[in-house]
Design a binder for this molecule. Structure first.
Ligand SMILES: Nc1nc2c(ncn2[C@@H]2O[C@H](COP(=O)(O)OP(=O)(O)O)[C@@H](O)[C@H]2O)c(=O)[nH]1
Ligand SMILES: [Mg+2]
Length: 118
């Protein structure tokens, strides 16, 4: 087995999808794991930072996009994706999550792959 450092170099950041209902405690869980109380920075899939003030005041699709990347400043090597499927409860959202998982679990682009689902 390759030493951890080699794996890190090959795969880059560790990417985790968190799935659960609204208010299940997903955000709290991520903060606990990252040992922080800060809110994550949110980036779109192209890496463009999404303004936190927009995020807080808006419930539009721009924010509730499973492709957005959540990163805590204290733990920049971990990237989280927050499922929106179960929050909206709609079939379209569930389908998007399914597609996201199917695509990102097998993509040959290692940097885009999800490594774990919680
Ligand atoms: N009692 C209790 N409350 C929790 C726990 N985890 C989170 N909460 C609270 O539940 C609410 C929703 O948590 P949040 O992490 O925002 O849920 P999310 O919508 O899944 O991201 C917040 O008010 C948290 O403080 C827990 O383990 N026990
Ligand atoms: Mg949350």
């Amino acid at each position: 087995m390759a030493p951890t450092g080699d794996l890190r170099k090959k795969f880059g950041r560790f990417r985790i999808l968190v799935v659960g209902r609204a208010n299940a405690g997903k955000t709290t869980l991520l903060q606990r794991v990252c040992n922080t109380t800060e809110n994550p920075e949110i980036f779109d899939r192209r890496g463009k930072k999404i303004d936190a003030t927009i995020v807080q005041s808006s419930r539009d699709r721009g924010y509730h996009d499973i492709k957005n990347e959540l990163v805590f400043g204290s733990n920049p090597d971990f990237v989280f994706h927050d499922s929106c499927g179960f929050e909206a409860g709609g079939e379209a959202e569930f389908k998007m999550m399914k597609e996201f998982v199917l695509k990102r679990a097998s993509t040959p682009k290692l940097k885009e792959r999800i490594h774990a689902i919680w």
